[in-house]
Design a protein around this ligand. Structure first.
Ligand SMILES: Nc1ncnc2c1ncn2[C@@H]1O[C@H](COP(=O)(O)OP(=O)(O)OP(=O)(O)O)[C@@H](O)[C@H]1O
Length: 271
């Protein structure tokens, strides 16, 4: 079965002095199954990006294990697609050339890679933009190319680090809906980081809330607001429903509690 397992993982970075250490993640356990849309939410510095970087294979754990399909993650691989906030597209290449880039590096023949890239560009609504250059696209369209590119190597898992953060509110909502469509159609494992509580509640099938110093998962929720949207196509109705608003207040309370605790700790350390 396709599954990502994070087993008792801790990450410690060197601090500013020789003796200081930053406990970025502390004994994290998390299982992501095929078809799960896991969203990580939490105050700045709680270790969200560190967790994603472990899954991507960009960094190694100080202790514990990360397994994908039962095999230890030992570095980046085409079984995991990554979408960043800054889409990291190559501006001198066209939309098609950017999307097929990973397959070209793998030596996939041109006809096959064009076909696979075209299918994923259609999935994100860019079927009419193959020949456009990246600089001719809006921020939202560039982010769609980033998603299509990440999907084109057919990864088991899509890892997204605040991919909507630089988008205006309206575009952000459109891309949220697009992402839910892509999730429903592909049934891949999604791991998504955001600072927006509303975005997290709307997208997640599984929400984890993290707290900093040391980075821990403090709360876990199973949600179905995403399925409600996919059934009704009415995002406004979902986001203004009483249980959505109540959940938003609960999660905001958890996060602001953390941030206030963090501020108090900083103030104390200045005394
Ligand atoms: N390479 C590094 N060296 C030292 N400390 C690091 C390094 N990367 C991250 N940290 C520290 O580890 C902690 C967790 O960082 P991380 O970026 O994972 O958190 P985050 O929740 O993603 O934060 P943000 O929401 O601000 O992006 C922070 O205290 C950060 O300063």
């Amino acid at each position: 079965m396709e599954q990502l397992q994070v087993k008792d993982v801790s990450v410690t970075y060197p601090g500013r002095t020789r003796t200081e250490q930053v406990h970025a993640l502390d004994h994290i356990d998390l299982t992501i199954n095929r078809g799960d849309f896991v969203v990580a939410l939490g105050a700045s510095g709680c270790g969200k990006t560190t967790l994603l970087s472990l899954m991507a294979g960009f960094i190694s754990a100080s202790s514990g294990d990360l397994l994908l399909g039962g095999r230890a993650i030992q570095g980046p691989g085409s079984d995991r697609g990554v979408v960043f906030q800054k889409h990291a597209l190559l501006p001198w290449l066209s939309v098609m050339e950017n999307t097929e880039f990973g397959l070209k590096l793998q030596g996939v023949p041109k006809a096959e890679r064009r076909d696979r890239a075209a299918r994923n560009l259609a999935l994100v609504g860019l079927q009419d933009f193959h020949k456009h250059m990246i600089y001719q696209l809006s921020g939202g369209m560039q982010q769609r190319v980033g998603i299509a590119r990440a999907l084109t190597c057919n990864p088991a898992m899509l890892l997204m680090d605040e991919p909507m953060a630089a988008l205006d509110a309206l575009t952000r909502e459109t891309i949220q809906e697009l992402l839910l469509d892509v999730w429903q159609k592909t049934q891949k494992m999604f791991f998504f980081i955001t600072h927006s509580v509303e975005e997290a509640l709307f997208l997640a099938s599984h929400l984890i809330v993290m707290s900093p110093r040391p980075g821990r998962i403090t709360h876990r929720y199973e949600l179905d607001f995403n399925k409600r949207f996919l059934q009704t196509r009415d995002a406004r109705a979902v986001k203004s429903s009483p249980d959505f608003i109540q959940m938003r207040e609960t999660v905001l309370g958890i996060i602001y509690g953390d941030e206030r605790a963090g501020e108090a700790q900083k103030e104390l350390s200045h005394v």
